[in-house]
Design a binder for this molecule. Structure first.
Ligand SMILES: [Zn+2]
Length: 238
């Protein structure tokens, strides 16, 4: 007899697989990242296809197979229409999910990671205009939960609390370096960071994501924060 299991899951990616099938990458609260094959979803009459769109949350019944597990049934819970009807939001969600999918390995379940991803998509779905930094804050929170939390209070070298001005962010060590300790040896790995930049990163690590969309951040600071978070992520996790 086939063994089955039920789970909620966010659909991260859908790739063609054999003639009529698709291979889906999903993230579930109890099993983490899973890969399932959906049979016949490329046929016109497929009832499954509409419930398995990437960037949506569905209730899935999976069937264990000898080589791969299959999707027995799927019912859409949330399809995030607010994201799907806005090209900029689709791009933001697509970028975040691609990075998420690269970082997260199969078979490591963590319900708090599932909740963070769901929260990110719900906030982006309902967001007005102020969401340009949301995917970066999501990535920073994700990294923090995965053990890459940056040091944002004390200098990584001398361990003293940093003063407000003239600090640097060390991409390789993951945190702040004060002016006295920065010897300019590895310029590529060291980025200057303003005191407002430090404040925004501290808030992003500590606060709920929905609070971050209420912050008013001027353009120069936006660019600084984007650059530090994306460089940090690329440096630490490829
Ligand atoms: Zn120092």
């Amino acid at each position: 007899m086939d063994e089955t299991y039920l789970t909620k899951a966010i659909i991260l990616d859908r790739q063609d697989w054999r003639e009529y099938d698709s291979k889906l990458t999903l993230y579930s609260p109890a099993k983490g990242k899973i890969i399932l094959v959906a049979r016949g979803v490329k046929k016109l009459k497929s009832k499954l296809a509409g419930h398995l769109e990437p960037i949506s949350l569905s209730q899935i019944m999976a069937i264990r197979g000898r080589q791969v597990d299959y999707i027995g049934s799927a019912v859409n819970i949330e399809c995030f229409v607010g994201i799907k009807s806005d090209l900029d939001k689709i791009n933001a969600a697509g970028d975040a999910i691609r990075i998420f999918n690269n970082i997260i390995k199969e078979g490591e379940a963590d319900e708090s990671i599932f909740n963070l991803l769901t929260e990110f998509l719900k906030i982006l779905d309902k967001a007005g205009k102020n969401y340009q930094l949301l995917k970066y804050f999501f990535i920073l929170k994700l990294m923090s939960q995965l053990g890459y939390k940056p040091e944002l209070y004390n200098c990584l070298k001398c361990k003293k609390r940093v003063s407000p001005a003239n600090n640097y962010f060390d991409l390789s060590k993951g945190g702040l370096i004060c002016q006295e300790c920065n010897n300019n040896d590895n310029k590529k790995e060291i980025l200057a960071i303003s005191s407002d930049g430090i404040k925004v990163l501290r808030l992003a690590v500590q606060s709920y994501l929905n609070k971050m969309t209420k912050l008013k951040i001027y353009n120069k600071l936006k660019n600084e924060v984007k650059n530090i978070i994306s460089s940090f992520q690329e440096y630490q996790i490829y």
